[in-house]
Design a binder for this molecule. Structure first.
Ligand SMILES: Cc1ncc(C[n+]2csc(CCOP(=O)(O)OP(=O)(O)O)c2C)c(N)n1
Ligand SMILES: [Mg+2]
Length: 329
């Protein structure tokens, strides 16, 4: 694909830009709240926050269609929100309540809803890429028009054999899979340069004869426009494609992270490149929305998260009688 840098800076419709603004704010508020709840010992299990990566999910999913299958990552709260899972049921899941999306039995990494074609994450890195190839094969076999399977995965996961195998099969079978690599430059505490010889992940499409793009993942419009074009390519029966969205994880890897592998200066430099701040600047400077209009939606998002926490805290814990229901062996 030729590099159409100019096209990637095109505005989306005002309605869609507001949806992206809302989803990014919902995600940021949700995760900051989860971080706080975690610090108070109210969350069991673990959780992975993607503070700073919100534009990747909001921009990507805004460019898909509701029927598209989406496989998320273990850092997927923003992906679940953008796909349309209600934050009330997400918060209840994280606080292990019966009203949670998985009846409180799954936790942060298993927020999923097959009814809206969102399959959430998998604890085994690389497995989601393989499953996305399976759903894409089903789309092809059933001759479903204008539908794709999209899988998010991290830079670290791009090194997994399963990811390579998935890309290979998707290419050999010419399947409608959109591979979206969220490159936050670390796999746990390992910087990408210590885990791959060439850190340009988009080159990994080359052996599979797939087109690839590498973009600024903190620019939500660049993400949206690139994915829109990539989705058209994939849905058009041309086979899979890879888009690498370059971003940064401001939050720690997981619940315990002393940030010993990176400097405060590095983190602060990326805070300056915050995707929410950047989008606010773009929207106001180009006259799409006023500061007040953006503030009103950001405030609503914060209130929605507060209400979600109340809802979750007031929901019952799962009953022991329900322990073995929905468990498959
Ligand atoms: C097959 C497998 N190996 C190792 C792990 C442990 N693990 C969980 S998250 C993670 C880092 C993944 O890095 P990346 O794909 O870049 O995603 P990020 O955490 O940066 O979002 C690792 C190694 C795992 N879950 N599965
Ligand atoms: Mg990573």
């Amino acid at each position: 694909m030729t590099d159409k840098k100019k096209d990637t800076q095109q505005p989306a419709s005002k309605e869609l830009m507001m949806t992206m603004w809302r989803n990014m704010n919902l995600a940021r508020n949700f995760e900051e709240r989860v971080q706080w709840l975690f610090s108070k010992g109210l969350v069991h299990g673990t959780t992975h926050l993607g503070i700073g990566e919100e534009a990747t999910a909001a921009g990507t999913i805004a460019a898909t269609k509701p029927d598209d299958y989406v496989f998320g990552t273990h850092r997927g709260h923003s992906q679940a929100i953008a796909k349309g899972i209600n934050v009330k049921y997400m918060m209840a899941e994280i606080l292990a309540r019966e009203t949670g999306v998985c009846k409180g039995k799954g936790g942060s990494m298993h927020i999923a809803d097959p009814d809206i074609h969102y399959f959430g994450a998998d604890g085994i890195l690389g497995a989601s890429a393989v499953m996305s190839v399976g759903t894409a094969l089903a789309i092809k076999k059933r001759k479903e028009p204008d539908r794709i399977s999209l899988v998010f995965f991290g830079d670290g996961t791009s090194n997994e054999g399963a990811t390579w195998e998935a890309m290979n099969l998707a290419a050999v079978w010419n399947l409608p899979v959109l591979f979206v690599c969220v490159n936050n430059t670390y796999g746990m505490s390992t910087p990408i340069a210590d885990a791959m010889k060439d850190t340009d992940i988009s080159k990994r499409a080359y052996p599979f004869d797939m087109p690839a793009r590498s973009i600024d993942g903190n620019n939500v419009l660049e993400v949206y426009n690139t994915i829109k074009e990539a989705r058209e390519y994939v849905a058009g029966g041309n086979g899979p494609m890879l888009v690498v969205e370059n971003t940064y994880r401001i939050s720690g890897h997981s619940k315990s992270d002393g940030n010993l592998y990176r400097t405060k200066e590095e983190i602060n430099a990326w805070k300056e490149k915050c995707p929410i701040k950047a989008f606010r600047k773009y929207l106001t400077e180009n006259g799409f929305f006023t500061e007040e209009e953006l503030d009103a939606v950001a405030k609503q998002a914060a209130e929605e998260i507060e209400a979600a926490e109340e809802f979750a805290k007031n929901s019952p814990e799962p009953s022991v009688d329900d322990l073995l229901n929905d468990v498959y062996a």
